[in-house]
Design a protein around this ligand. Structure first.
Ligand SMILES: Nc1ncnc2c1ncn2[C@@H]1O[C@H](COP(=O)(O)OP(=O)(O)OP(=O)(O)O)[C@@H](O)[C@H]1O
Ligand SMILES: [Mg+2]
Length: 460
């Protein structure tokens, strides 16, 4: 039986909800203060908490924070008397599942509880799938067992039960589009999914692509055309590379998000937007806001729920299962019978930095699968990777490392030995300025620190 905890200082609300929700078949607990609520939460481990923002002792946001710390999966539905967007955004950002207004509309609450319970179910299902060691490959699977990806899965579970705007951020090739599709499939799979790349079309055309136009609204507009927001109906509009949208269109999109309606280009009719909007970017939008290149109010609206996909080099533990998955996919697509990659190659995979992330891994595996003569992909099948792994600079300084056939003084060395030697060389030549060292090596500061520690290099 689902367990629900109501935390509200209004006794009549507690009593009414207890009566109603018990009748609906839930196990209900109530608390009149934040402290009491937190104690009860530890005791009963509720599936759903219905939480008032204004409480006599501690405020609801603090309670929310504590609840999330204790039981990550507890779904919290906030109740508040304020109708302002700021409170909604704050609550959602701090991990609330949903939000309802006072006076409480029981249908609204019912739907929120239902969705919360469904999303819990889904999270359990996703976790179950992740635990299963060898399942058959399915297109659209997202591979990832590490902590970084578990966080992503959890958010997917939560947003799949709602229609909130989602902002997906991640480096190129990390799976932004894949995740957008998964969210769509989990929310409204029988409605259209429409992807628009904001960087691929000129501004004026993008406007009519998104909003549609009326006949004769500009030269070439020979008939009325429906825009993506209309065509998506109750489905999803995926706005890829949102950072590239012009300031003019940013203003129009903001209006769509605020009012959930718009006018076609050259038209007067107001058209409702029912689609869910998912935006993606591989740039740091916050930084663009700071630089004045992206509207802060639009950023604020898009960022209600953010999914930050970690780059592959920060979740190397996922590499073996990704390789496994991608090889199954390649075998299927290309009618191959590749068994896997050699241990030596896997070792290199685990050390390489993957600037192009999963897309780069996938491309390399496809190319290797096409050229290989055997069933196990080995060193010889990845000439490009070895080339880029040992950077151009190393090649210049360490004779005969790559393509060393021509060099007389060719020596066999491990990648680590070369890397260490190269780092030491750079340190020696740069006057020990870490910023400069990172720039020359093309790596981030934390990566440099890790490598220094790994090779036991110290200097100050
Ligand atoms: N976690 C994952 N599990 C399995 N496949 C993945 C995963 N992440 C990405 N992929 C695969 O990697 C490829 C790149 O993913 P996708 O196109 O979604 O990346 P992206 O972030 O949109 O990249 P870009 O910024 O370059 O557009 C796709 O073929 C996708 O299916
Ligand atoms: Mg993409």
């Amino acid at each position: 039986m689902p367990k629900i905890l109501v935390i509200d200082d209004d006794t009549s609300i507690c009593e009414t909800l207890e009566l109603y929700l018990t009748e609906e078949g839930h196990e209900v607990h109530t608390a009149l203060t934040g402290t009491d609520g937190l104690n009860k939460a530890v005791e009963v481990l509720p599936d759903v908490v219905i939480l008032d923002i204004r409480l006599p002792d501690i405020d609801g946001f603090t309670v929310l924070e504590d609840l999330k710390e204790d039981g990550e999966e507890t779904r919290v539905i906030m109740i508040t008397a304020h109708h302002d967007m700021d409170t909604t955004i704050k609550a959602m950002k701090e991990g609330a599942f949903d939000y309802i207004h006072k006076p409480i509309n029981i249908d609204e609450l019912d739907i929120a509880i239902q969705k919360a319970l469904e999303s819990l179910e889904m999270e359990k299902k996703i976790n179950g799938l992740l635990m299963e060691p060898s399942r058959d490959f399915k297109v659209g699977d997202i591979i990832g067992r590490g902590k970084g990806m578990r966080e992503v899965f959890k958010t997917i579970g939560v947003v799949s039960q709602s229609r909130t705007t989602v902002l997906i951020q991640g480096e190129s090739g990390t799976g932004k589009e894949l995740i957008a599709k998964v969210i769509h499939n989990n929310t409204s799979s029988d409605e259209p999914y429409i992807a628009v790349n904001c960087s691929a079309i000129v501004d004026t055309l993008l406007e009519s692509e998104l909003f549609g136009h009326e006949k004769g609204s500009f030269t070439g507009a020979i008939s009325r055309k429906l825009g993506k927001f209309e065509l998506a109906r109750y489905g999803t509009v995926f706005l890829d590379e949102i950072s590239e949208m012009s300031v003019n269109l940013q203003a129009k999109l903001l209006r769509v998000l605020q009012e959930m309606e718009f006018e076609r280009v050259g038209g007067k009719d107001r058209v409702n937007v029912n689609a869910r909007i998912i935006a993606a970017t591989n740039k740091n939008l916050k930084e663009l806001v700071r630089e004045g290149k992206f509207r802060d109010d639009l950023y604020y609206r898009l960022n209600i729920v953010a999914i930050n996909i970690p780059p592959l080099r920060e979740r190397r533990e996922d590499i073996p299962s990704l390789v496994d998955y991608l090889i199954k996919k390649i075998n299927y697509d290309l009618h191959k019978k590749i068994a896997g990659v050699s241990d030596e190659m896997m070792d290199i995979f685990l050390k390489y930095d993957w600037p192009g992330n999963i897309r780069e891994l996938e491309n390399l595996l496809v190319r290797a699968a096409v050229v290989t003569k055997g069933q196990v992909l080995g060193r010889g099948d990845f000439p490009d990777l070895l080339e880029s792994f040992v950077s151009g600079e190393v090649r210049d300084k360490v004779p005969g490392v790559v393509g060393g056939g021509e060099d007389e003084d060719f020596e066999f060395r491990t990648i680590d030995e070369i890397e260490e030697r190269h780092i030491r060389n750079v340190i020696g030549k740069t006057g020990k300025n870490k910023g400069e060292i990172c720039e020359i090596l093309g790596i981030s500061r934390p990566t440099l620190e890790r490598k220094l520690e790994k090779y036991g290099i110290t200097f100050e």
